[in-house]
Design a protein around this ligand. Structure first.
Ligand SMILES: [Zn+2]
Ligand SMILES: [Zn+2]
Length: 373
């Protein structure tokens, strides 16, 4: 795939690389200081009583190594930007969501409903992130990491910092199974870490591609729980040790052959390893996929986007020229229409890789797809 601009993603990666001590560049000293809590943040800790109290209440100081480990283990996390909308539009870390610090109290509970989610907060200087972190902790959030300020990050220096590892994302497409569902093998050419988007059936050709490309399959990401997307999940997990990730509302499908309709194909059930929510991010190697919750075809159908390459995996929500059915268990037309509008509200064009049929583009569908009329 060709790369499309976007220094942000590289910054994101390099933060952790730099913090790991492998590539220590001067601009990172500030961030490291922020991580270590030597800044002016009232919560960043020198062992003061208030810091200890906050830590007990759920605020965590994030060490660079821990942050890196989280990314590499693919721990789902939310990157929360608490600056203003204007600042966010100008420069941001790829994948970050925005809630300005002065709106945290009003918006956090609805936009960050999971109080146990891992949330990394940043702002410009570290002051607002510290305040927002404290507010969230006071509201009962238990996994808050104050990431500090990005004021002194030198974007130019970082983006020019050639470590020979510019992001390189490969997508191989397979049409598999009795219902010709698409299975995408997505991998980072540098780290060789990979994921499958949907597993319609076990297929030797896909396994051969994993082996011959020397890939480490980290995740089997299911767009939803219908039989034609999951029948190969167990077999691929058994062979590779990958973790199966799916939206939390899809477990009832995975575990019930009637709801998944695997009852017609031997009644396979699947137990997920990772339950996803809207805006969660799964990372493998240098590639991040963000969860866009798009119910309507099923209760927990999701699309997954890579913001750096502007790629979307749309499952059975959006196809080229049409949309998924809404007459199966848990399907709902109005909900599906809302999900289509949610995709439309993403402010950029994406190449769309659907669950069936040919790839398309989001802008093309918004213009041509009758369901967008
Ligand atoms: Zn389906
Ligand atoms: Zn399907």
């Amino acid at each position: 795939m060709t790369r499309h601009g976007g220094n942000m993603q590289k910054i994101d990666k390099n933060i952790f690389r730099a913090c790991s001590g492998l590539f220590v560049i001067p601009v990172m000293i500030c961030l490291l200081a922020g991580c270590a809590g030597t800044g002016d943040s009232p919560l960043a800790g020198n062992g003061s009583a208030s810091t200890d109290a906050s830590a007990k209440a759920g605020l965590k100081k994030i060490s660079a190594a821990e942050a890196k480990a989280k990314m590499e283990q693919g721990t789902p996390y939310i990157l929360l930007d608490v600056r203003t909308e204007e600042e966010y539009r100008e420069k941001r870390i790829d994948g970050a969501i925005l809630i300005p610090d002065y709106e945290i109290k009003d918006r956090a509970e609805s936009e960050l409903p999971d109080k146990n989610a891992v949330i990394l907060i940043y702002c410009r200087s570290g002051r607002r992130s510290a305040n927002a972190a404290k507010e969230l902790v006071d509201m009962g959030y238990t996994n808050i990491y104050d990431f500090g300020g990005i004021l002194d990050w030198d974007y130019e220096t970082i983006s020019d910092n050639k470590n020979g590892d510019a992001e390189s994302m490969k997508i191989l497409t397979y049409s598999v199974g009795s219902h010709s569902a698409n299975c995408y093998l997505v991998y980072d050419e540098n780290s060789r870490k990979a994921c499958l988007i949907d597993a319609p059936d076990y297929d030797d050709e896909i396994m051969d591609a994993i082996l011959s490309n020397k890939l480490s399959l980290e995740y089997i990401i299911l767009t939803h729980g219908h039989f034609d997307h999951i029948l190969g999940a167990n077999a691929f997990r058994d062979k590779t040790g990958a973790k199966i990730a799916v939206h939390e509302f899809e477990t009832e499908y995975l575990e019930d052959p009637e709801k998944s309709m695997t009852s017609y194909f031997g009644g396979e059930t699947v137990t997920a390893d990772i339950l996803l929510k809207d805006n969660d991010i799964l990372t493998f190697g240098d590639i991040s996929l963000k969860v866009i919750y798009t119910p309507g075809h099923t209760k927990g159908s999701c699309c997954f986007i890579n913001e750096n390459e502007k790629v979307m995996f749309s499952g059975d929500t959006l196809f080229k020229g049409t949309i998924g059915r809404y007459d199966f268990y848990g399907g709902d037309y109005d909900t599906l229409m809302e999900s289509l509008q949610k995709l439309k509200s993403l402010d950029e064009n994406y190449t769309v890789y659907p669950g069936h049929g040919d790839a398309t583009t989001l802008d093309g569908e918004i213009a041509e797809n009758p369901n967008y009329k």
